[in-house]
Design a protein around this ligand. Structure first.
Ligand code: GDP
Length: 477
């Protein structure tokens, strides 16, 4: 573990020149970009009158996956819902329509601000938080960054159009994330609406709604006519009761950034979703690589809040910079601690950028073996549906008890950025069969360290996967 003079000074809130002066006294001639080892760094820290504390990974990697609270402290919390589906099937319209079902809007004014998420109050007193960015890109990108904020996916399918490529993508993204789905069969007001056909088609993609003998809830709605929105909300509440969503409101707040930007006159503004604890005005917050003292909390009605509890989306004013969507945030005890954590995180962010992915199947297996993984996740894109199916079937036949190929998504068409995001979120290999990745996908793969392998002959693909499995894991045919 090394640290530059500049970073060390930042963490202590001291001038770099003062640190350099101490180093000179020790006989070390250093520039601000000089790397110091831990022992030297500790001497500098002590000399400048601070108490050295080595920051460990566990200390700062706080987020939604942090340590669990005592079950006795947990209280029920509202569900967080993401809406997904094919383009033009009505995601945005549904989000707008659901916004208007809020019963608390009367006196407080309606949900008028787009802050990245909003919470509706139902007549029953229950509440639901909706992420205001529809589509699976945002969902999967957040997940790729380790932030699993969504409890339930509402999959919108237009009753007059049925299952389309992005519907299938959304299904696969939700499945890969192991997030339960509720189907909103939309546009039932249209003459061409055929909800029954939607249920049938879902069956072909392993989504069994209740009427088909499965346990996936489905609701026929019209976002345009605002039909059955209450039924959809009931289904969401029912599903969330099954999930037994809970959080401890009585602790320092932690959560995830869902949106952040620099605004004229307001400075950096971050919308966060509190995962546990209660966030208050005056708290010192670290969000991604930024920190600040909470100057104000503002909700989706434009109202100032004094505090925000679990599953509450709220805008934070007072950060010194805009973090990224998907960053974890947490309240810390002091400004010094905030600086320390931030500087550590910025270092981690830089390191992550330098990470080079294994670009061979063998490399992936080595990693999977180290992680003791039981499946080998793949995303398959091919020139025609027939070859895609043939590859899926061939891969299903190889592998043994210790490891199996798991197909996250398989479809005809070129490799897109969405495929890379999905693969990145699940640590998957992308296989291109007679297709290539487009420019955005190639850049994303390089940036995120996602491996893409191209093939034009099925048996060489199968042979290579087989050989890699055998080589790394012993014969497994
Ligand atoms: P998105 O791309 O999934 O966000 O879809 P939009 O919400 O933008 O809707 C696409 C189009 O479908 C728009 O012209 C909407 O007015 C229309 N639309 C959405 N919901 C309904 C509905 O329930 N009934 C009808 N008839 N049209 C709808």
């Amino acid at each position: 573990e090394v640290i530059t003079v500049q970073e060390l000074a930042n963490r202590m809130a001291e001038k770099a020149t003062d640190a350099i002066r101490v180093l000179m006294k020790m006989g070390v001639m250093a520039t601000i970009n000089e790397n110091l080892d831990q022992d030297t760094a500790e001497i500098v820290v002590t000399e400048l009158g601070h108490t050295p504390r080595r920051v460990s990974e566990a200390d700062v990697e706080i987020g939604l996956v942090g340590e669990q609270d005592d079950p006795a402290d947990q209280q029920p919390r509202p569900p967080v819902v993401t809406i997904m589906g094919h383009v033009d099937h009505g995601k945005t319209s549904l989000l707008d329509a659901l916004r208007s079902t809020d019963v608390a809007s009367g006196e407080a004014g309606g949900i008028t601000q787009h802050i990245g998420a909003y919470q509706v109050n139902l007549p029953s007193g229950a509440r639901i938080t909706f992420l205001d960015t529809p589509g699976h890109e945002a969902f999967t990108q957040m997940r790729a960054r380790g932030a699993s904020v969504t409890d339930i996916v509402v999959l919108v399918v237009a009753a007059d159009d049925g299952i389309k490529p992005q519907t299938i993508e959304a299904i696969n993204h939700a499945k890969a994330a192991k997030v339960p789905m509720i189907i909103a069969i939309n546009k039932i007001d249209t003459p061409g609406a055929n909800p029954e056909r939607v249920r049938q088609e879902l069956l072909q993609h392993d989504v069994q709604v209740e009427a088909m003998g499965g346990d996936v809830l489905d609701v026929e709605v019209s976002a345009l006519k605002r039909t059955n929105l209450d039924k959809l909300e009931d289904a969401i509440i029912l599903q969330s009761e099954v999930l037994e969503l809970k959080a401890n409101p009585n602790r320092a707040a932690e959560g995830v950034v869902v949106e952040a930007k620099l605004e004229k006159g307001r400075g950096p503004v971050a919308t966060v979703l509190v995962a546990r604890g209660t966030l208050r005005v005056g708290d010192i917050v670290v969000a991604g690589g930024e920190w600040g003292k909470v100057r104000a909390l503002i909700d989706e009605r434009g109202q100032q809040l004094q505090e925000a509890g679990p599953a509450r989306p709220v805008e934070i004013l007072g950060l010194n910079g805009a973090p990224s969507a998907g960053d974890a945030f947490s309240v810390v005890e002091s400004e010094a601690r905030a600086r320390e954590v931030c500087s550590y995180r910025q270092q981690q962010i830089r390191k992550r950028r330098q990470f080079v992915a294994p670009t061979s199947i063998e490399g992936m297996f080595t990693q999977l073996k180290e992680k003791k993984a039981e499946d080998f996740p793949v995303v398959i894109k091919g020139d025609v549906q027939g070859s895609v199916e043939a590859i899926v079937q061939s891969l299903a036949k190889i592998g043994g008890d210790d490891i199996k190929a798991r197909v996250l998504h398989a479809a005809a068409g070129g490799i897109t950025e969405t495929d890379v995001t999905l693969a990145n979120a699940s640590g998957a290999l992308i296989i291109g069969f007679n297709v290539r990745a487009n420019k955005q996908a190639r850049e994303a793969a390089e940036r995120d360290g996602v491996a893409i392998k191209y093939y034009s002959v099925i048996y060489s693909l199968v042979d290579e996967v087989k050989a890699a499995m055998a080589g790394q894991l012993g014969p497994v045919i």
